[in-house]
Ligand binder design. Structure first.
Ligand SMILES: NC(=O)c1ccc[n+]([C@@H]2O[C@H](COP(=O)([O-])OP(=O)(O)OC[C@H]3O[C@@H](n4cnc5c(N)ncnc54)[C@H](OP(=O)(O)O)[C@@H]3O)[C@@H](O)[C@H]2O)c1
Length: 343
């Protein structure tokens, strides 16, 4: 049995919600680590080597009440590392694992720390061929893109006359979706972005062409627009999703997974009734461990987004605040992996 460290370096967020103008405090400091006798059976101690920054983590890092469901909170919905100690017969010391659960980084402390005791049901094996850094580079964004692609595949939106559309294209989910659809599955993909500076990168990831959000989004109240897409993946919500649904061709599928641009959706029923459009909601947390493991294996093999993995930005805990604000202010692209200091 490896020695259990007494403290864990972490990035912690706190604020006083009873004070309307309270400052959000972010600090890197040490938290005590419970010993073997202090945690229930079935728990596993993971030495976390890597985490990542998703949109949800950026919200947690500014203590957004919808995501940071407890305070103080260690954010980080993705984590990967090695088992340091196990009180579960299913997992043994030394196994490389990922941590994946809806509570991780929201209602319970997440992955922006060196070590974490977690229930064994939260663990997934790191698929063969992936390093912990790559597993976190893919992370929630990669698996959400994969579930979204699966929805289009299952509902017959691939290999159709019209191309597919991906919104929020420069972000994590959007970029993975473009590379998987175009480079792994040979589909024509049009990317929608708010950032003109991202055009060359998105073409390089496999987009056939790039539309600027202002040119794509339709703010009229027309119930239906000309059919342009075989379906698509929306990471933005609101007008972007609304426009995509109204311009999707007969029987096309739209996978809606994000809300970076808003949560409203003001539509008539015509796209669904007159064109048979399918709106498929994605929640990457709702799958069983065996479904998650199978999808991770597909993502790590046939659907591996190699180019995105080569672009991963590696940072330390001290660089997290800058990256968080870049995400919140939509000044970033691609994926950012956090390297935790070794214990
Ligand atoms: N359903 C699920 O299970 C699930 C899982 C993971 C993530 N998500 C959601 O999916 C979305 C994307 O996540 P992510 O980690 O890829 O985030 P991300 O890396 O921050 O990417 C989000 C992208 O959305 C676009 N965007 C940002 N702010 C916007 C605004 N105000 N209006 C319109 N577009 C905006 C930007 O792309 P452009 O500038 O290129 O347009 C940005 O790069 C988030 O809403 C996240 O919460 C859902």
């Amino acid at each position: 049995m490896s020695q259990i460290p007494q403290v864990s370096v972490c990035f912690e967020v706190n604020t006083d919600r009873t004070e309307p103008d309270a400052v959000v405090q972010q600090r890197v400091h040490e938290l005590p680590v419970p010993g073997l006798n202090d945690v229930p059976d079935g728990h596993v101690l993971v030495a976390i080597s890597h985490s990542s920054i998703n949109y949800k983590d950026a919200l947690a890092a500014v203590a957004h009440p919808g995501v940071a469901r407890k305070l103080p909170l260690v954010p980080g919905i993705d984590a990967a590392g090695t088992i340091l100690a196990s009180k579960s017969s299913r997992w043994s010391e030394g196994t490389p694992v990922m941590i994946s659960d809806e509570a991780f980084g929201t209602t319970q402390d997440g992955g922006w720390r060196q070590v974490a005791w977690v229930p064994s049901e939260w663990l997934l094996p790191i698929p063969p061929g992936l390093t912990p850094a790559q597993a976190c580079g893919l992370g929630t964004a990669g698996i959400t893109a994969a579930w979204s692609v699966r929805a289009l595949l299952d509902h017959g939106s691939l290999n159709r006359e019209f191309p597919l559309l991906v919104t929020g294209a420069s972000g994590g989910v959007g970029s993975f979706a473009i590379e998987i659809l175009s480079k792994r599955l040979g589909q024509r993909v049009i990317a929608v972005t708010g950032k003109p500076s991202q055009e060359a990168r998105l073409l390089d990831l496999g987009a056939e062409s790039v539309l600027l959000r202002a040119d794509f989004e339709d703010t009229t109240t027309r119930s239906l627009l000309s059919m342009r897409w075989a379906g698509g993946i929306d990471t933005v919500g609101s007008t972007g999703l609304n426009t995509l649904i109204r311009s999707t061709a007969d029987a096309g599928c739209v996978a809606a997974c994000g809300m970076a641009g808003g949560t409203d959706l003001n539509l008539s029923v015509y796209p669904f009734i007159l064109r048979g459009v399918i709106l498929y909601g994605i929640d990457c947390t709702r799958y069983s461990p065996s479904e998650k493991t199978a999808m991770w294996q597909t993502l790590a093999s046939d659907w591996l987004p190699q180019q995105m993995l080569q672009e991963l930005e590696m940072i330390g805990l001290d660089e997290v605040p800058d990256r968080v604000f870049a995400l919140i202010e939509n000044r970033h692209s691609g994926r950012c992996v956090i390297e935790l200091p070794p214990i």
